[in-house]
Design a protein around this ligand. Structure first.
Ligand code: PMP
Length: 474
């Protein structure tokens, strides 16, 4: 492995990322929800949302192999599979999208770039609104509205045509409460509308609002109820259109619906799809409302050499059939529900687990520093918020007595604990279960496993999580 790492560093771009950079995994085989490394060790894959129906699903492999052995070429020949696949894919959308059309591309970044071109063509406007900490792709267009990547030292930086809306996180954001509370959603939507009004007043016009329907890079955030409805209304009132990026969260992962935007009771004008629809094969798509798609015509036609090529279409069709035939939406609801409930139960016993959130097989847990009430009171005293140091000490003692109680003195969330989250993920990996850590403060344990994840896998994940938490805690 050391030699492979050294050689990889020599021949690949020096900063091409690996998972677990401190101890990269050399994986040689995948099957269902498992990955196998070069020594034959099995890992339960709790993270890989690309291999949606399971690593190397036999029906998907067979469809790819058969089509590859029969014909593969560019997408400009008449071929039935891509037409059948587009028709079936559209049938998973609500109206009016289901009466719209599909453009096939090869990656999520390409899908968002094409969505941007279509939005600009349709509206005549140029600017984009996005949610802070979002990631929408690595192209020079999409990186500009991907604060997750550009907003670091050495990052490309934000373009002047991009307007960033605050993360609508009900746990750690400006308006706190339950994500199911419409008042929280309305408060964030009102902030977004005010920001967009300011943008319009300064003479800039937004062609599109891009948002994931659950925030993955933003830390597995479930959007508060009514948020998208409010922001969509504000964007549309200014003549812009709304793009749902379902590259990570879509295709049945939420369990209750095919698409996560449906849980927010909105219908976007454009939806971008990627990762899961190809189960690991480079396949992505842009689904567009008919009227919007008609504006995208410069008289030259649209052409994408590999977008919707016969093998990609055969793979996409096979994946879609497996999701339907194996009832994976219902399974995501039941297995994902058990996973969230299990996280919550562990959180009851361990104060290091803060907010647990998600939908279906998209679950996140904040790892936090348990609140030290005495410390808080002392800090309040130091800030001069309490009349005198003596009063602060008395208050500290009183609050320290209450520290064991569930009631907190104020509604500020406990501080994120990145190091502990990373230690837990590392220990779980050593014990054969893969989870990711992400979010703006690097403290959210993320799970978004292949949809064949079972109740037994949930039990194993939870018991390893609890064991790792106990071991990692200083
Ligand atoms: N949108 C989202 C939400 C993503 O998570 C990603 C990939 N992480 C992309 C777009 C870009 O997709 P790709 O890497 O296939 O270009």
């Amino acid at each position: 492995v050391a030699a492979l790492i050294a050689e990889r560093k020599r021949v690949l771009g020096y900063n091409c990322q690996l998972n677990y950079p401190w101890q990269p995994m050399a994986v040689v085989r995948g099957e269902g929800q498992y990955l196998y490394d070069h020594e034959g060790r099995q890992y339960l894959d709790g993270v890989n949302n690309v291999c949606h129906v399971g690593h190397c699903h036999p029906k998907v492999v067979a469809a790819a192999a058969e089509q590859l052995a029969t014909l593969n070429t560019n997408s400009r020949y008449l071929h039935p599979t891509v037409v059948e696949y587009a028709r079936d894919l559209l049938s998973t959308f609500p109206a009016p999208l289901r009466d719209g059309c599909v453009f096939f591309v090869n990656s999520g970044s390409e899908a968002n770039d094409l969505a941007l071109r279509i939005a600009r063509a349709h509206t005549g406007a140029h600017d984009v609104a996005c949610v802070d900490h979002a990631y929408h792709g690595h192209l020079s267009s999409t990186i500009a509205f991907s604060p997750y990547k550009f907003d670091h030292a050495g990052g490309e930086g934000k373009a002047e045509w991009v307007h960033r809306l605050p993360i609508p996180c009900a746990y750690r954001g400006k308006h706190r409460g339950k994500s199911s509370d419409p008042a929280v959603g309305a408060a964030y939507a009102a902030d977004a509308a005010a920001l967009l009004d300011g943008t319009a007043a300064s003479g800039r016009r937004v062609c599109a609002f891009f948002a994931e329907s659950m925030l993955s890079c933003g830390g597995q955030v479930v959007l508060p109820a009514g948020y998208l409805r409010g922001v969509y209304a504000a964007v549309r009132a200014q003549g812009g259109i709304c793009v749902a990026d379902e590259v990570q969260v879509g295709f049945g992962r939420v369990g209750s619906h095919w698409w996560a935007f449906e849980t927010q009771d909105v219908v976007p004008d454009i939806v971008t799809l990627g990762k899961p629809i190809g189960n690991g094969f480079p396949l992505a798509a842009v689904v567009v409302r008919a009227e919007v798609a008609r504006s995208f015509d410069n008289g030259m036609g649209y052409f994408n050499t590999y977008g919707g090529n016969p093998v990609a279409a055969a793979v996409g069709q096979a994946v879609l059939r497996v999701v339907r035939d194996e009832g994976l939406l219902a399974k995501a609801l039941s297995v994902g529900g058990a996973l969230q409930a299990g996280f919550r139960a562990i959180g009851e016993a361990h104060a290091e687990i803060g907010d647990v959130r998600g939908m279906g097989l998209f679950v996140g847990a904040e790892i936090v520093k348990p609140v030290d009430f005495a410390e808080r009171a002392r800090a309040a005293g130091l800030r001069g918020d309490l009349a005198q140091a003596g009063a602060a000490r008395a208050e500290a003692e009183r609050l320290a007595g209450e520290a064991g109680s569930a009631e907190r003195r104020d509604d500020a969330p406990p501080a994120p604990w990145k190091d502990l989250a990373e230690a837990i993920a590392q220990l779980m990996r050593e014990r054969g279960v893969l989870v990711a850590v992400d979010g703006p403060w690097g403290n959210v344990i993320k799970l978004k496993p292949p949809m064949c994840f079972s109740h037994a896998d949930v039990r194993r994940t939870l018991s390893e999580l609890e064991a790792a938490l106990k071991l990692a805690r200083p």
